[in-house]
Design a protein around this ligand. Structure first.
Ligand code: HEM
Length: 493
């Protein structure tokens, strides 16, 4: 393309014609008339050959360096893996496995016969790189002069455009919703606060370990200063210490089973699983309302009948309307599969129907994630070559745990594509309602009214998503919005 343009310009300016004419002129001269040109050309050739030889040598040296650096990475990996193994040496419980059992355990144990605890719930996230605490153990990282790092909010305000620019994506909002659903399947960093509110006491920052990561809001903040808010609640997560395993440096624990296995629907331990199962026909407990099936409600001590939350396998099932919808959708899907299996296999027990349905649902989640979701996020070719086929082969010596870096960094990048609003679309494809995502956090009752469930699902399906972009997204301040009373989201509009 570029060459075409260059050629065209040349032709237009007449240079192409000029060159041809020149060559024709010279063809008529005797050979000795070229002596000086031949000399110049051979000098140029010598320089080119020397340059070529030097670059070949350079390439060899570089290649060598590349090989050496690869070794360094591999060596480093071994070193880190040793640290990652500390929990397994010091604290991991001994599990006994029944390898004749064809189904996954609820907590993810027994997937790997040589290391049956790997990837199971309540085991640490692995680290891909070393922890970097200022005291080497647990204190927050500081800048090179020992001062605290700048406030995350200050950086956010300086780096991002302070307004929402809506650039639609060609993918619909289901892309975001699937991401959150899978995130909750493989990762759950439990909060460590014991109910302490890190931003109370006249907005003074708390000082306990749990509160030391609270985010200071600059007094001239373009948004919060109007509301005299100078502290954003941000708590540190539970560590192995909370699980009677004092490891140093701090080691964070994943409450979910690390595998993509539908644990957000079924629960990551037998206790939760048993609370959600009906123990008849392989189904999960559900309630019928207005002839529609929904997740059971968790008991909630309130006179307001609208203040209920759904019970599901993951505590974040009510965080936003979209994730609540997904939990209800997969409850329905599980029960539908169990119902169908029962028709075909009338002699199957409740246990068999439950496990087979769960196995089916888990496989569907893996399939959608790897064939539909990841190609959009990572690119089709990369997913094909590096994730599905090619270099990516099952290796039983690799710990399959979710990494700290993935959970607290990489996968949260997609918070950037959370839309500010959800559309409710009726069966005629008319938008009947638009709601702010942040108005309905931890408050899912809207879903259950009238045809809202169907309409929100249609909305996610037929509304273009938000393209990842460096503009301000009201939901970048998500942690705070989740906990602040009232409708603070409206201040971002
Ligand atoms: C409306 C949509 C969403 C909301 C309201 C939401 C909200 C949150 C909140 C409040 C946290 C805890 C933050 C903290 O205090 O550290 C969190 C964590 C997280 N989010 Fe989201 N999120 C949404 C969508 C997504 C999406 C689309 C993804 C990825 C595709 C994602 C990935 C994660 C991950 C990996 C974590 C850490 C989970 C853990 O280990 O506990 N979230 N999200």
């Amino acid at each position: 393309m570029v060459n075409d343009i260059v050629l065209e310009t040349w032709t237009k300016s007449g240079e192409t014609t000029g060159l041809i004419r020149h060559r024709n002129d010279e063809d008529t001269k005797p050979l000795h008339a070229y002596r000086s040109q031949v000399l110049v050309i051979s000098m140029i050739f010598s320089v080119l050959i020397i340059t070529f030889l030097m670059s070949v040598i350079d390439f060899w040296i570089d290649d060598d360096q590349f090989v050496q650096s690869q070794h360094a990475i591999v060596k480093n990996k071994d070193h880190l893996a040793m640290k990652n193994r500390e929990y397994f040496y010091q604290c991991a419980p001994i599990v006994s496995c029944d390898y004749s059992d064809k189904y996954r355990t609820s907590n993810g144990t027994c997937n790997n016969p040589n290391n049956p605890i790997w990837g199971s719930s309540n085991t640490p996230f692995i680290r891909l790189v070393d922890a970097h605490y200022s005291d080497g153990i647990s204190k927050l990282r500081t800048s090179s002069d020992g001062e605290p790092l700048p406030s995350a909010r200050e950086i956010q305000v300086k780096l991002f455009l302070n307004k929402q620019i809506r650039i639609p994506d060609k993918n619909n909002q289901l892309l975001m919703q699937w991401g959150q659903f899978v995130a909750h399947d493989v990762s759950n960093l439990a909060i460590d606060t014991n109910g302490e509110d890190c931003c109370t006491n006249k907005n003074e920052l708390g000082v306990s370990r749990a509160c030391e990561a609270s985010i200071k809001i600059p007094i001239d903040d373009p948004v919060y200063s109007k509301y005299n808010i100078t502290c954003m609640r941000f708590t540190r997560a539970m560590t192995s210490n909370n699980y009677s395993c004092p490891l140093q440096p701090l080691t964070f624990i994943d409450d979910a089973s690390h595998f993509i296995d539908g644990s957000q629907i079924y629960g990551s331990n037998d206790y939760v699983v048993s609370k959600l199962r009906s123990f008849t026909g392989g189904t999960l407990i559900s309630v019928l309302d207005n002839n529609q099936e929904f997740c059971p409600r968790s008991s909630f001590n309130s006179s307001d009948t609208n203040k209920y939350l759904y019970n599901s396998g993951d505590s974040r099932a009510n965080l936003n309307l979209g994730i609540a919808l997904f939990h209800n959708m997969f409850l329905r899907f599980h029960n539908y599969v169990a119902f169908k299996l029962k028709i075909e296999n009338s002699l199957w027990s409740d246990e068999k129907l439950y496990q087979e349905s769960r196995r089916f649902v888990g496989a569907i989640i893996q399939h959608i994630t790897y064939t539909q979701f990841l190609p959009i996020i990572l690119g089709k070719n990369y997913t094909k070559d590096e994730v599905l086929y090619g270099n990516n082969k099952y290796d039983p010596t690799v710990n399959p745990s979710t990494s700290q870096e993935f959970s607290t960094g990489a996968f949260r990048v997609l918070h950037n594509i959370i839309p500010a609003q959800h559309r409710f679309i009726d069966s005629n494809y008319t938008t009947v309602k638009i709601v702010n995502v942040t108005d309905w956090m931890n408050c899912p009752y809207l879903l259950q009214q009238g045809s809202n469930y169907d309409q929100l699902l249609r909305g996610l399906l037929s509304t273009e998503g938000r393209l990842s972009q460096p503009s301000y997204n009201p939901l970048n301040t998500i942690s705070m919005l989740t906990y602040l009373p009232g409708n603070i989201a409206s201040i971002f509009e």
